[in-house]
Design a protein around this ligand. Structure first.
Ligand SMILES: Nc1ncnc2c1ncn2[C@@H]1O[C@H](COP(=O)(O)OP(=O)(O)O)[C@@H](O)[C@H]1O
Ligand SMILES: [Mg+2]
Length: 288
């Protein structure tokens, strides 16, 4: 029987769980980037209690910023599992994905009430379930709207109040629930409120992938495909081909690069029927 989720919560998971492996390895980043991200998460989740005694206490807030399709959401999901694995010896982790669009309301004062209810009731309740809690707020700019740039036709006073409620809620939670980490993503860092951004313990910007990263993403995508259709194995190991394709895909985001492999499978009917027949020319043709 499906269990009712608290308002604004899209999904709830107990981590680590084997079927959550994948996203973390799946995203190719510059060397050191994932380690830095994981360290920041573990610092809060493992030592938050002690660090709360410091004046510059951690807010337990990470912002992943960057253009669409650069792997922010996938990396955030992977981070939850990677952190939960590292923390497993000292206790399990609850992982919640939040729908930021569930809070804003047309009704005056209602957005603020929704946010306050979420941060003062829902989050502490989730935090009490297991030793650690990670909350993903995707596209957080719809919640922590910049108060200086607020327009959107909404009542500016209401936007102010809603953003104030977010800030107040985060400050309180940092004290009350030190083993709590918010991982947030945004395609529009400039739309984020300055006071929200300054509370982040880490703002990590994911840029569009360079040629080397694109080549690695293609190699990864082809290797996954070869797991399903072994005829693709030669292509998946052809680093020279990956580089050649990457040069032709300069400026693409990671999502588009991954889709290239799918579109190569749809270039010729015989390949669609039997993906083992995929050739380098199909991949080149798919670039268009
Ligand atoms: N750096 C990358 N390495 C590997 N795959 C990537 C990368 N960036 C994006 N992708 C792929 O693109 C898709 C979209 O990623 P997503 O996490 O939704 O991006 P965002 O949240 O930044 O819009 C995912 O399937 C992911 O595998
Ligand atoms: Mg996303």
């Amino acid at each position: 029987m499906p269990v009712a989720l608290p308002p604004g919560v899209l999904s709830l998971h107990a981590l680590p769980a084997d079927h959550h492996d994948g996203p973390w390895d799946h995203i190719v980043t510059a060397p050191g980037t994932k380690q830095r991200l994981l360290n920041q998460a573990l610092l809060t989740l493992r030592h938050g209690q002690r660090l709360a005694a410091l004046a510059g206490l951690p807010h337990g807030l990470i912002i992943l910023a960057g253009p669409p399709g650069t792997g922010k959401t996938t990396l955030a999901r992977g981070l939850a599992q990677a952190a939960a694995r590292a923390l497993a010896p000292i206790g399990a982790t609850t992982y919640a994905e939040i729908d930021p669009h569930a809070f804003p309301s047309e009704l005056l004062g209602e957005s603020q009430r929704n946010i306050t209810r979420f941060l003062t009731d829902t989050v502490p309740e989730l935090a009490s379930r297991r030793p650690h809690l990670i909350v993903l707020i995707d596209e957080v700019e719809s919640l922590a709207v910049s108060r200086s740039a607020a327009s959107f036709g909404s009542n500016p006073v209401d936007v102010h109040r809603a953003t104030d409620a977010v800030l107040l809620g985060i400050d309180r939670l940092a004290q009350a629930c030190p083993r709590l980490l918010f991982v947030t993503t945004t395609n529009f860092p400039s739309a984020l409120d300055d006071a929200f951004r300054s509370r982040a313990d880490l703002v990590l910007t994911l840029d569009l992938p360079g040629e080397e990263t694109i080549a690695a993403i293609l190699g990864h995508a082809l290797t996954e495909l070869a797991g399903l259709w072994p005829g693709v194995r030669d292509l998946s190991g052809d680093v020279t081909l990956h580089r050649k394709l990457a040069a032709a895909c300069a400026g693409w985001d990671g999502r588009r690069v991954r889709k290239l492999v799918l579109s190569a499978l749809a270039q010729r009917r015989e390949v669609t029927d039997d993906p083992n027949r995929l050739t380098a020319d199909d991949l080149l043709a798919a670039i268009g």
